[in-house]
Design a protein around this ligand. Structure first.
Ligand code: PLP
Length: 459
């Protein structure tokens, strides 16, 4: 099927000539040879030649209910015809009001105050700006430093990029680290030989406490953490880590921001992972992506009553939280989110994830017997296969290309993976079936074997 009836050549030409993509590679700018996605249905994307590809990364961790839902299209079209936009500054409308109530109902405890944004980065910006606002209102203007972590990804605005710890994100662009402190990697894989997971957990929680004490509790405003470090390579912290960090935050009156842009909306089998998987009730939760299953852009920052009540009420006359976007609470995006949540509820998609994820993880971990595979990690319907670091010369270079090479082979056989240096990351649509999981991992195993055959020295 051709996308919008233009030839693939025309699309590629326009794309190269005029479209600067996210994380654009300047070496191939203007000459890239990107696959053209033409259409999609269920868990499959069809390319320009009509080839059917399993969507391994679920778009960008976001296509929870799958592609091509007519009921979603109808909900969006209905809202477009009813009310396509209104100013969120001065007026209210049904979709954002009902969605805000729904999110407050689904979120843990006191997270009842919903600030709508345009995506994940602006949700993170909002959370940090709310922390600034909160501390300004409490008369603590110096309590603003954000503690984040190595390998964290929190977005691509100046502020969210500034609290991002991933190397590739900070190489070529300026960030402001003056009021940011990064903690070292929490990946249990790198713990010293012989160290137990419990000791590793204690050491990582201590990293946070030591940093707060060293920086001075009066200067630290927030700790921001993804429940699992997603783009950083599906790094799952040891059991008890988030709970331990939460206790430290409470001890020093530091706000805990849980960045659930990836983990929210079913990825780990629950609406939000903070409470149901990691047993914490954060001060703020940021979410986006799966909120609309990628049908329309929308994000949200959920703010706990605990930090709203003390700075709101009739005694706050004239005080405003001066943060907002033209498209905050966009009625059409909110209608899409409501339909998405309704579909997930009626089709019991969270239950499905909880039921099927052990099988997904079993198939993922079975890849460890491939000599080129160094590690596999996963939780819920997120997984990562990491190439083995072989250490020297050419084989090290190959290791760095592991993701790209496996991706190339997978695509030839009908599977999209998300390559990241020596890793391939998976977060398929949540509706994936057991048979489709088999198809996905059969292709992946064959691709890894083909790469190993081409480079026997690495395996
Ligand atoms: N936070 C996390 C944990 C993410 O993974 C991402 C994007 O991948 C973001 C924030 C930024 O979201 P967006 O790209 O919608 O701005």
């Amino acid at each position: 099927m051709k996308a919008h009836n233009r030839s693939s050549q025309t699309i590629r030409d326009y794309d190269n000539k005029y479209y600067m993509h996210p994380w654009e590679g300047m070496d191939s700018f203007g000459q890239a040879d990107r696959t053209i996605s033409a259409s999609a249905e269920g868990i499959y994307v069809y390319d320009e030649h009509g080839n059917r590809l399993i969507d391994g990364p679920g778009g960008m961790w976001c296509t929870q209910i799958g592609y091509g839902r007519r009921d979603m299209a109808d909900a969006i079209a209905d809202q477009v015809m009813r009310l396509s936009y209104h100013s969120p500054w001065n007026t209210a409308s049904e979709p954002p009001a009902v969605l805000a109530k729904k999110l407050a109902d689904l979120a843990p405890g006191g997270l009842n105050n919903v600030f709508f944004t345009t995506g994940g980065s602006t949700a993170v910006d909002t959370a940090i700006r709310y922390m600034h606002f909160y501390n300004n209102r409490l008369g603590r203007p110096n309590k603003k430093t954000v503690i984040s972590r190595d390998k964290a990804y929190h977005g691509s605005t100046f502020l969210s990029a500034s609290v991002t710890g991933r190397d590739r994100g900070k190489n070529f662009l300026d960030v402001d680290r003056e009021r940011v402190h990064l903690l070292p990697d929490v990946n249990p894989l790198i713990r010293p030989e012989g160290m137990s997971l419990d000791d590793w957990c204690a050491a990582k929680v201590k990293d946070l406490e030591d940093a707060i004490v060293a920086l001075g509790p009066d200067s630290v405003g927030a700790f921001i953490a993804e429940p699992i470090l997603a783009s950083g390579g599906v790094i799952i912290p040891p059991n008890g880590y988030h709970k331990g960090c939460m206790e430290v935050c409470r001890k020093y009156d530091v706000l805990y921001i849980s960045d659930e842009v990836v983990t929210g909306f079913g990825r780990l089998g629950h609406w939000f992972a903070s409470k149901d998987v990691f047993d914490i009730e954060p001060d703020m939760i940021t979410c986006a992506k799966g909120l609309t299953s990628g049908y329309l852009p929308l994000g949200a920052c959920l703010i706990n009553d605990r930090i709203v009540d003390p700075i709101s009420g009739p005694d706050q006359e004239g005080v405003m939280f001066n943060n907002g976007y033209t498209y905050s609470g966009h009625p059409v995006a909110c209608a899409a989110a409501l339909k998405n949540i309704e579909i997930m509820e009626t089709e019991k998609i969270l239950e499905h994830v909880r039921e099927i994820s052990p099988y997904f993880l079993e198939r993922l971990h079975s890849l460890r017997d491939e000599p080129m595979v160094g590690d596999t990690r996963g939780i819920g319907l997120v997984g990562c296969v990491q190439g083995k670091v072989t250490g020297d010369g050419d084989s090290y270079a190959l290791d760095q290309q592991f993701g790209a090479k496996v991706d190339e082979k997978c695509e030839e056989m009908g599977l999209i993976v998300r390559p990241m240096a020596n890793m391939c990351v998976f977060s398929p649509p949540l509706i994936i079936t057991k048979t489709q999981i088999d198809d996905m991992f059969d292709i992946l195993r064959e691709a890894i074997r083909q790469v190993a055959r081409e480079f026997p020295q690495a395996a």
